[in-house]
Ligand binder design. Structure first.
Ligand code: FAD
Ligand code: S2G
Ligand code: ZN
Length: 487
């Protein structure tokens, strides 16, 4: 049964039939299938409940061979497939656009090896990030990324979105830490790029194409990742700055005074903090923040408690003396450090609590980090969109110029969407930034990719897509502006 060609007339795909599901069952067993309508719901809906699919079957392979056989079957039958990890993505990349088969990596969750000397971890794509960090802790290492979704997101999904998070300042984007991948291509070919060498200059670095490809070029089944030594001394402070100009002064001072031990600089505006405090009970208020003030979370990660504390103390003395900071809290122990981080990590949770949210994860030049929030608020005023209808706030990874602009509304509001898109994307591109910093393109931003990438680049991406996935069955409707493959 072929489903209707897509609205945009592109190549339609075959819907999986009962016979196809029998084939899947013969490959992964009953334990590797979800077909019950109720059980399917969480797989067909994203974390923000903005996108929903109508997949009638989730296949959960346990081995690479099973992934290969499932894909070979789908490829032969022109059945579209959505690879899914922890389903915490925020651009609709892991949700079917129609009734595609969902291939979940959740059962590919074995640790394969850990080389303690080199700090290289090899594991299944379905390993949950937090579980990997827990595995590494007693071994004196840590995963080179940390994000609010760590309890659910999987390393295969992190690789496929080239996830950022709060440790990018220290360890760089995930791309830099991935040493090898095992990937299964759309036709079932197993591509063994699973190497653990830090250096390997032997032809085109093919693994890089899968990092950030959001499931459109292949299914990542194993990952080899460089894991840094776990810092033995971590200190966290939240400081209050009266305005954004002073935030920039604090940032410059922190880089000078803390140097190599500075591991995170996260910014929250007053509305971001107030939204988290109001919607997430149990958070401990760090300080009073009047409108227009900012909270800056600083973290240092080093190997000598005394040395690091002395550096943080010297920074604070200089910041208070220069009146860059007018209030602040330094965590006295790891539990208080966790309390301070909890405020930052709950901002997106608060944004998702109640009502509807419009989210813009963008890279902007650091000096202009907060300008977009002000421009959106001005635009809302011009369009008479009052704050109780559309509240815009800004927070994010100041250290690497990654702003999270969130607009929260009582409900889905097309007038607010029209006010935001393409305004936000045009503004970012004009500022020399990127319309997607770390969350990827997914369904949300594919129509705007042409603002960020020229026709030559888009044509080359389409050529790569056709080379890797000639029938276009992997994650159609995501990333590229139109599905470059048709029968
Ligand atoms: P999914 O959501 O399941 O999938 C993401 C994309 O990757 C989809 O396109 C999917 O098709 C594809 N995919 C998944 N697994 C595979 C695979 N094995 N092979 C091929 N393709 C695959 N992101 C950040 O970068 N930084 C943050 O700070 C951050 N904070 C977050 C905080 C919260 C509270 C939440 C809910 C999300 C946050 N995210 C953040 C977004 C999200 O967690 C990341 O994008 C994460 O990397 C997604 O991992 P996942 O396993 O959930 O992937
Ligand atoms: C973060 C999470 C989601 C958002 O908290 O760093 O990446 O709100 C974000 O953009
Ligand atoms: Zn983020």
């Amino acid at each position: 049964a072929r489903n209707l060609p897509r609205e945009d007339g592109a190549f339609g795909f075959t819907s999986a039939t009962a016979e196809d599901i029998d084939v899947f069952r013969s490959i992964v067993g009953e334990e590797g299938l979800v077909t019950d309508a109720e059980d399917l719901v969480p797989y067909n809906t994203d974390w923000m409940k903005k996108w929903s699919g109508s997949s009638r079957v989730v296949v959960l392979p346990k081995t690479t061979v099973q992934v290969s056989r499932v894909l070979a079957h789908c490829h032969a039958r022109a059945i579209a497939v959505v690879p899914q990890g922890g389903n915490t993505g925020l651009v609709g990349g892991s949700i079917p656009t129609r009734d595609e088969v969902i291939l979940s990596t959740s059962r590919l969750n074995e640790i394969v090896a850990f080389d303690a000397a080199g700090g290289v971890l090899t594991c299944g794509a379905g390993c949950v990030l937090e579980a990997l960090d827990a595995y590494l802790t007693p071994r004196g290492h840590c995963v080179p990324l940390d994000l609010g979704a760590k309890g659910t997101c999987q390393i295969g999904g992190n690789v496929s979105t080239n996830a950022g998070g709060v440790r990018v300042m220290r360890y760089g984007a995930l791309r830099a830490s991935v040493l090898g991948l095992e990937v299964v291509l759309a036709d079932g070919t197993v591509l063994d790029l699973l190497r653990t060498n830090r250096k390997d200059n032997t032809g085109y670095d093919l693994k890089q194409l899968f990092i950030g490809a959001e499931g459109t070029l292949g299914v990542v089944t194993k990952v080899a990742i460089a894991t840094p030594p776990r810092p033995t001394a971590v200190s966290v402070a939240i400081l209050k700055c009266p305005n954004f100009d002073v935030v920039l002064q604090l940032f410059a001072l922190a880089k000078t005074a803390l140097g190599e031990i500075l591991s995170a600089v996260e910014l929250m505006d007053s509305l971001a903090v107030e939204t988290a405090m109001a919607r997430c009970p149990g958070l401990k208020r760090p300080m009073e923040l009047e409108d227009g003030a900012f909270a800056v979370l600083l973290e240092t990660s080093g190997s000598c408690e005394e040395h690091d504390k002395a550096k943080m103390g010297a920074l604070l003395d200089r910041a208070f003396a220069a009146e860059i900071v007018d209030d602040g809290v330094i965590a006295q122990d790891m539990s208080q450090a966790a309390d301070l981080w909890a405020i930052r990590e709950h901002v997106p949770v608060a944004a998702a609590t109640g009502g509807y949210q419009y989210k813009y994860d963008v890279s902007v030049p650091i000096p202009r980090f907060y300008e977009l929030v002000r421009a959106v608020r001005r635009r809302f005023q011009e369009l008479s969109l009052a704050e109780d209808r559309a509240a815009a706030f800004g927070y994010g990874h100041l250290g690497d110029g990654n702003l999270h602009l969130n607009v929260v509304c009582a409900r889905k509001d097309d007038e607010v969407l029209r006010a935001l898109e393409p305004f936000v994307f045009d503004w970012v591109v004009a500022a020399g930034g990127s319309i997607s910093a770390e969350h990827g393109v997914g369904q949300h931003k594919r129509a705007f990719l042409g603002l960020q990438k020229g026709p030559e680049a888009l044509a080359l991406m389409a050529a790569i897509k056709r080379a890797f996935d000639p029938r276009g069955i992997l994650n159609p409707g995501k990333v590229l502006p139109d599905d470059p493959v048709s029968q």
